[in-house]
Write a protein that binds this ligand. Sequence first.
Ligand code: URA
Length: 438
Amino acid sequence: MRFLDLIHKKRDGESLAPEEIQFIIREYNRGKVPDYQMSALLMAIYFQGLNNKETSAFTLSLAETGEMLDFSSLGKIVADKHSSGGVGDKVTLVLAPLIAAAGVPVAKISGRGLGFTGGTIDKLESIPGFSANLSIKEFTELVRDNNLAIMAQTDLITPADGKLYALRDVTGTIENISLIAASIMSKKIAAGAGAILLDVKTGRGAFMHSKEQAFQLAESMVRIGKEMGRRVVSVVTDMSQPLGFAVGNILEVKEALSVLRGEGPSDVEQLSLFLGGLMLALVGKVRNPEDGQEELSRLLKSGFALEKFKQMVTLQGGDPGYLEKEDLFPRASYLETLRAPRGGYLKEMDALRVGKVASFLGAGRSVKGETIDPTVGIVLTRKVGDSVEEGEVLAFLHGNKEEILSASLKELGNAFLIADDQVEPPEMIHGIVPPFPS
Ligand code: URA
């Protein structure tokens, strides 16, 4: 097989056979294909697309370049959850211990955030001592013995995806639904969970700006997962405004703890319970998602989910003292307030702008490997639809550099739109793929 022939084939709109796709991924991963040829092929894929069969072959070929975890010896269905990422999205910190507290093992491998704010791993690593750099052995043992582990993505799992993603990032070939679906699902398939819940965000602060694209991605990922023998459900959810009030790593851990104590914010709690209910139904623990939500609501109120979170943090090296006494967490040196320029109803709170400002303050990365500042970020005081009086605080900005803080304050002001007329809050859940039960 010649790589150049495969470029011609895709460029001319033909489909590639599974063994050709396997050859492409395997040889690229072995360093046998120069980046310029792989880039040409990716661009041909970008324009010509991949059909379902090709997308599945792409996914499996990526997954097979690294270790494939297998939890079948546990005799229980292991759950995994993925979010396509959003501003203030700390749901995994709530949902993972909640599901585990319900007796369903959760094995989550998560990437470090690149973009507006830190990812789940960055948030957890803001708890002093916590380590997400587990070996696969440690990870599987924690899942077996404790029902819960969250580990950082490693090169041992889907190494080809890491290389390809970096190449796509600099060749304008990220934004292709098939490539995105294959990239995400290859990691989920390799991570070994039998039940996968995918939260596909849509709106200004999300990877998928349009609902139509979000549903396409959700459908593609569900189809791939089912074909590979996994139970999969996707939920398309709103990311037009940030989730919860806190954006920034320590600030988000504190907010997640508040949700685990049953003290809200209500949107984070509701979404966690909604997704959790679906997950319990997906693994067959309850008859329907509503029963699942009820059970999880009890676990939240009884404090079991919080205990599970503390146990996970402790077993992964974190200091549980910080979870008992949140004042121990370090704080940013400066605090600024953004005040409403006029009274009315909050019509828009642009998640993209809020995320960018949080990142500018130091809560996110602009390039891979950059260190983030766990203390900085934004705490909002309103949700879209709420009323506000002129001069009331709309947001607190936590920063460590005065000059960055004042520029951030100005920019953050542009994220808010206040109107005279009452505004309906946006719907949080846009749809479930496939509609449950299927
Ligand atoms: N996230 C991934 O893991 N892969 C993509 O291609 C896009 C988002």
